[in-house]
Design a protein around this ligand. Structure first.
Ligand SMILES: Nc1nc2c(ncn2[C@@H]2O[C@H](COP(=O)(O)OP(=O)(O)O)[C@@H](O)[C@H]2O)c(=O)[nH]1
Ligand SMILES: [Mg+2]
Length: 362
């Protein structure tokens, strides 16, 4: 599994439309096709010219771009956290993703029912958030009782841990996402283990009608800003129709041109999502492949290795790190090595965007 983004939102917000548009657009016209893994799971390549330049140094190797896995998660409705609708089924799916794409309905259409009767982005966002927060409150409270018991035990760090945890539970109880507060180091591991839904980075997607930008989308932007998050505007149905109709890149460009667009909203979504969600790319040249990988910015070397293979994390010894620029300038890894320009870093050293990394394992 690559880096996984879950499309969440109320029914009829346009999640499946966006998913299908992405699937069709990729399958028809990209040189690296979007690949559909399961009915509601697909994988979208992230275009990156740095990978092209790196791969040019290794003409005999295969170039493999990094992917964002996109999952169409149905079933989130009001009171879903209490078992309404498909109930808690969707939760396992959200729990498994690395980031959330929150799709908000910003189009009017009398033929498409709205679950709550009217188009109201702020309210819709609040409904979805409330469900996620209720779930997180439940999850975190369960851990809290355990931590309170530990306070009576021998661990002298237990009181500080319980206090920090209580503050976090309180933060969530007041309707705030876990991601909006810094996590004290004494509970960082516990939070990672509990994996609260609202700790995941979130990008808002305003799904607008064929005409584009509108006042509803502006409301999504405002809501995003209030949460120090970002929003992208997407013409879901139009994109889906273009993806369906165009069978070549030229055709697609022509259709897009008619609407004054220079690229599909979907490539913008993948690109924006990638940056706005705080992701970065590192590269490996291993076996027959030159390959790009996606990790959150600041990921330490061992964890980055774990993204590729659990062995790389378990048997990590050291990572050899080159910057892409150094490597391109030198023309080969050997020249860099002879010049002593390959850094050897330990497990907790952060990998930087654009690094070329070789993992040395025991
Ligand atoms: N008018 C209009 N209809 C849309 C748009 N996006 C999606 N729809 C329609 O809304 C309905 C629900 O969309 P769907 O993607 O199934 O929503 P989901 O429940 O979030 O997966 C479908 O009939 C879509 O064709 C849009 O931008 N404009
Ligand atoms: Mg759907």
């Amino acid at each position: 599994m690559g880096f996984a983004c879950g499309l969440v939102g109320l029914p009829n917000a346009g999640k499946s439309t966006i998913f299908n548009a992405l699937a069709n657009a990729g399958a028809r016209v990209e040189s690296y096709p979007f690949c559909t893994i399961a009915a509601n799971v697909g994988s979208a390549p992230v275009p990156d010219e740095r990978l092209d330049r790196l791969a040019a140094l290794y003409p005999q190797k295969k170039k493999v771009p990094t992917h964002l896995d996109i999952i169409d998660i149905a079933g989130l409705v009001e009171r879903a956290s209490e078992g309404e609708g498909m109930g808690n089924q969707f939760l396992a799916e959200i729990r498994a993703v690395d980031a959330i794409l929150h799709v908000v309905r910003c189009f009017e259409d009398p033929n498409v029912a709205h679950v709550t009767g009217s188009i109201d982005p702020s309210r819709d966002i609040a409904i979805v958030e409330t469900e996620l927060l209720l779930k997180d409150h439940e999850t975190l409270s369960r851990v809290a009782s355990r931590l309170h018991q530990e306070v009576r035990g021998p661990d002298r760090h237990a009181p500080a841990r319980a206090a920090a945890w209580d503050a976090l539970v309180d933060h969530v109880a007041r309707g705030n996402a876990v991601r909006s507060t810094p996590i004290p180091h004494e509970i960082a591991d516990l939070v990672r283990e509990a994996s609260p839904l609202t700790a995941k980075p979130c990008l808002f997607v305003a799904n607008v009608d064929d005409a584009g930008e509108n006042a509803y989308a502006e409301r999504v932007r405002v809501a995003a800003r209030e949460r120090r998050a970002e929003a992208v505007v997407l013409r879901g149905r139009l994109e889906a129709e273009i993806a369906e109709a165009a069978s070549t890149p030229e055709e697609r460009a022509a259709y897009l041109g008619e609407y004054g667009l220079s690229e599909t909203g979907l490539s913008a979504l993948v690109r924006a999502g990638y940056h706005l969600l705080g992701l970065m790319t590192f590269f490996t040249v291993e076996g027959p492949e030159v390959r790009a990988w996606t990790v959150p910015t600041g990921t330490p070397a061992r964890a980055a290795g774990g993204k590729i293979h659990s062995d790389f994390a378990d048997r990590f010894v050291v990572a050899e790190v080159m910057t892409l620029d150094d490597l391109l300038r030198a023309g080969s890894e050997k020249v860099l090595r002879d010049a002593g320009k390959i850094r050897r870093v330990g497990h907790d050293a952060p990998i930087t965007d654009g690094d070329v990394v070789r993992f040395v394992c025991a």
